[in-house]
Design a protein around this ligand. Structure first.
Ligand code: FAD
Ligand code: SIN
Length: 528
C-alpha cells in the first residue's frame, strides 16, 4: 500500500507537532509515530523550558550559560537564534493553552532554576511540563483538517532515488518505508519533504530516563541515507534518577536542586558537591553526574541521597506534586525523607547535522529536535534548552519548506517493499539477547567515565553484533523490535567511533586517557 502527502513528519513530540502546525495552513501533512502519539520524551519532560522572561535576566546571560555548559563547542549564531526565539515560543504555547505556573504579583510566570543557569528562567507546569505541552500540541494537531496523525507506524528506512522505479543516484529523500503495526504490512509513504523528529537514542544504555522508543531511529535512517552525523560521544547523564528496585528510569527533576535540594552521602549525611564545584548542586549536569559517580565508586554505595526535606512541606507538595505522589506510593515521603538517586543516561546531544533551517545533507530531508546536532548544545546541553530547541527548529524547518516549495520536486514512483526473500523470525530471543548485550556494554564501557581500552572493547563487540543483526535484517521479515535493534546497533557504533576519535576530555566526554581540554574546540563529524 502507498500514500502520498505534501510533507511527511516522523515523530509526534514537540519538534514534529510544532513543524506540523506551522505547515498545515497551506500543506497536507502526515505525522507518523511508532506507537501512541504521546509516547516520546516530550510527554516525560519535568523541569520546563528555558526562556528570558524577567527583568534582570538577559539574552546575553542565557547565551553565556548555554556556551559555558557546552564547553565552547556550541555554534554562537545558533545559540543566539534559539535564545532570542524563546519568549515567542513560550507565548505560542500559552496561546495553545499550556497552563504554565503563574508568578506572584507583577510576574506573569513562575520561573524556577536549574543547574548551569545564572538566573531563574525556567517556565514550567509544576513538575510535569512536558505532558502539558504534548497535550496542547496534540489537541491543536487533532483539530487541524490538514494534519493526518498516524500512530503505530514504524519507519524503517528513508526512500531515495535508489528506491525509485526509475533508478537515480540523486540522494534526495522522497519519504519512507514503514511497518504498519495494525496490519503487519510495510507501506510506502511519499512526500515532497520529509522531517525527522524522532527524538534521541537513550535506550542504547542500560539505565536511561528516556522512553522505550528512544532507539535513535532517525539518526540511523539519516546515516543510511547519506547524511553526516556529529558529536555522538556527548551523551548526557542526568545526575538524579530515582534508585528503586521496582521502578526503573524515573527522573527526579533538576528543579528539586534548583529549589534548594542537597546531595548527601547516605552513610554520613555529608553534603559533597561543594568539594567538586563552587556552584555546588547547581553546577552543570556533567560535573554533578561525574561527582556522584565518583562518590558511589569511591565508597562502594548503591546511590546517594537528594534531600529537599528542609523546605516547607507545603512548598514541596505544591512544586513537585507528581514526584511527591509517585514516591509516596513507594514509601518515600519527600517532605521528610531523602530520595535515593543515581545518574542515568538522559539526552543525546549529537545527531543528524542540520543548519539553522533544519536542513540535512539530503535534499528534501529536514530534521528537528533531539535527533539533530544543530550547534545549540555543544559538548553538554544546558538544562531545559531541549524543548526550546524543538519549538524553534520545528518552526524553522516548516518555514523553509514553505518558502522553497517549488524547488522540492514531486516524488517519483517508488518500488514497493520486497518481502520475496525473507521468512518469519524464528526466535525472538536472539533480538532480546542482542538488545540487552548492547545496553549493558554501552553502560559499562561507554559511560560517564571512559578509557580507550574500554571503548575498544565496546568497538569489538559492536562489530560482531552489527554483522549478526544485519544478517537477521536480510533474512527475516521485519518486526518493530528488529527495526529498533538494527538502529540501536548502528547508533551504538556511531557513539563508540565518535568517542574513540576525541583525544581530549570536554563537556560530557570524559576519558582517563586524555583528561585535558584540547586548545581548539572541534566537532566530531562522521561522514557515511
Ligand atoms: P520526542 O518527544 O522524543 O518524540 C519522538 C517521536 O518520534 C515519537 O512520536 C516517536 O514515536 C517517534 N518515532 C521515533 N522513531 C520512530 C520511527 N522509527 N517511526 C515512527 N516514529 C518514530 N527537556 C527540556 O527542555 N526540559 C525538561 O524539563 C526536560 N525534561 C526531561 C525529562 C525526561 C524524563 C526526559 C527523558 C527528557 C527530558 N527533556 C527535557 C528532554 C526533552 O524532553 C526531549 O529532548 C524532547 O522532548 C525531544 O522531543 P522530540 O520532539 O525531539 O522527540
Ligand atoms: C529536569 O527536569 O531535570 C530535566 C530538564 C532537562 O532535561 O532539560
Amino acid at each position: 500500500m502507498s500514500h502520498d502527502y505534501d510533507v511527511l513528519i516522523v515523530g509526534s513530540g514537540a519538534a514534529g507537532l510544532t513543524a506540523a502546525l506551522n505547515l498545515a495552513t497551506a500543506k497536507r501533512v502526515a505525522v507518523i509515530a511508532k506507537g501512541r502519539l504521546d509516547e516520546g520524551a516530550t510527554g516525560w519532560a519535568q523541569g520546563g523550558i528555558a526562556a528570558v522572561l524577567e527583568e534582570g535576566d538577559s539574552f546575553d546571560a542565557h547565551v553565556r550559560d548555554t556556551m559555558i555548559a557546552g564547553a565552547g563547542l556550541n555554534d554562537l549564531a545558533v545559540v543566539e537564534h534559539v535564545v532570542e526565539g524563546a519568549p515567542r515560543a513560550i507565548e505560542r504555547l500559552a496561546e495553545l493553552g499550556v497552563p504554565f505556573n503563574t508568578g506572584d504579583g507583577e510576574d506573569r510566570w513562575h520561573l524556577t532554576r536549574e543547574g548551569g543557569h545564572s538566573h531563574r528562567r525556567i517556565v514550567h507546569v509544576a513538575d510535569a511540563t512536558g505532558w502539558a505541552v504534548q497535550q496542547a500540541l496534540e489537541k491543536a494537531a487533532v483539530a487541524h483538517p490538514n494534519i493526518t496523525l498516524i500512530p503505530d507506524m514504524v519507519a524503517i528506512d528513508l526512500v531515495t532515488g535508489r528506491h525509485a522505479i526509475e533508478f537515480s543516484t540523486s540522494g534526495a529523500v522522497h519519504g519512507l518505508y514503514a511497518l504498519n503495526r495494525a496490519t503487519d504490512r510495510v507501506e510506502t509513504i511519499t512526500a515532497r519533504a520529509t522531517v525527522l523528529a524522532t527524538g534521541g537514542a537513550g535506550r542504547t544504555y542500560l539505565y536511561s530516563t528516556a522512553p522505550r522508543g528512544a532507539t535513535g531511529d532517525g539518526i540511523a535512517m539519516a546515516w543510511r541515507a547519506g547524511c553526516r552525523i556529529s558529536n555522538m560521544e556527548f551523551m548526557q547523564f542526568h545526575p538524579t534518577c530515582l534508585y528503586n528496585l521496582e521502578v526503573k528510569n524515573f527522573l527526579i527533576t533538576e528543579a528539586v536542586r534548583g529549589e534548594g535540594g542537597r546531595l548527601l552521602i547516605p552513610t554520613t549525611g555529608e553534603r559533597f558537591m561543594p568539594r567538586f564545584d563552587e556552584r555546588g548542586e547547581l553546577a552543570p549536569r556533567d560535573i554533578v553526574a561525574r561527582a556522584i559517580d565518583h562518590e558511589i565508586k569511591r565508597l562502594g554505595l548503591d546511590f546517594v541521597h537528594l534531600d529537599i526535606s528542609h523546605r516547607e512541606p507545603e512548598f514541596v507538595r505544591e512544586h513537585f506534586p507528581n514526584i511527591y505522589e509517585k514516591l509516596l506510593g513507594l514509601g518515600i515521603d519527600i517532605t521528610t525523607d531523602p530520595i535515593p538517586v543515581v545518574p542515568a543516561q538522559h539526552y543525546t546531544c549529537g545527531g543528524v547535522v542540520v543548519d539553522m533551517d533544519g536542513k540535512t545533507d539530503a535534499p528534501g530531508l529536514y530534521a528537528a529536535g533531539e535527533v539533530t546536532q544543530s550547534g545549540l548544545h555543544g559538548a553538554n546541553r544546558l538544562a531545559s534548552n531541549s524543548l526550546l530547541e524543538c519549538l524553534v527548529f520545528g518552526e524553522a524547518a516548516a518555514h523553509h519548506i514553505d518558502a522553497h516549495w517549488d524547488s522540492l520536486g514531486p516524488p517519483p514512483a517508488i518500488r514497493p517493499w520486497d518481502e520475496s526473500r525473507v521468512t518469519d523470525l524464528d526466535e525472538e530471543v536472539v533480538i532480546q539477547q542482542s538488545w540487552g548485550e548492547i545496553r549493558r556494554f554501552m553502560w559499562n564501557f561507554v559511560g560517564i567515565v571512559r578509557t580507550t581500552k574500554r571503548l575498544e572493547r565496546a568497538a569489538n563487540r559492536i562489530d560482531l553484533l552489527k554483522r549478526e543483526v544485519n544478517g537477521y535484517y536480510r533474512d527475516f521479515r521485519v518486526t518493530p523490535n528488529l527495526i529498533e535493534l538494527r538502529n540501536l546497533v548502528e547508533v551504538a557504533d556511531l557513539i563508540i567511533r565518535s568517542a574513540l576519535s576525541r583525544h581530549e576530555s570536554r563537556g560530557l566526554h570524559y576519558t582517563l586517557d586524555y583528561p585535558e581540554l584540547a586548545a581548539e574546540a572541534v566537532d566530531t563529524v562522521l561522514v557515511p
